[in-house]
Design a protein. Structure first.
Length: 135
């Protein structure tokens, strides 16, 4: 049987929080939604595989991370970044380059990792995942 582990993310203040996939904000229907893939950097280090995921603006409660021995699945959603009501209602889009809505990224691993020792933390808009190589 292929063990699966949904890990908890270690946040900057050190507490552990469950992460769940949820869409909490209605999307603008005239813009539509699509699933997008966040950019990653992946490194095979001496004792672990480390993955850095660009998730600027994504709330930790909107991230789901599933670790298997030879793959990682990152899912979630990012709200549409837009001016607040206090900043004034947007009357025209001049540029829309930041992806929003549901995202999913699967990373195949070149080695088997120990799913029970996997860790992740969010720093400065980047999700860092540490996957110790199975001995």
């Amino acid at each position: 049987m292929d063990p699966i582990r949904s890990i908890k993310l270690r946040w900057l203040h050190g507490a552990l929080h469950d992460v769940t996939y949820e869409l909490t904000r209605p999307r603008l229907s005239h813009l539509g939604t699509h699933t997008w893939e966040p950019a990653i950097n992946a490194y095979r280090c001496e004792t672990a595989v480390r993955i850095c995921v660009d998730l600027a603006g994504v709330d930790k409660s909107c991230i789901e991370l599933t670790v298997r021995p030879q793959r990682v699945l990152i899912r979630g959603a990012r709200e549409l970044p837009e001016p607040s009501r206090a900043e004034g209602r947007a009357v025209k889009f001049l540029a829309m380059e930041i992806d929003y809505g549901p995202f999913e990224r699967e990373v195949q691993l070149p080695v088997e990792v120990d799913v029970n020792k996997a860790e992740a933390e969010q720093r400065n808009g980047l999700l860092w995942i540490c996957l110790p190589i199975k001995q």
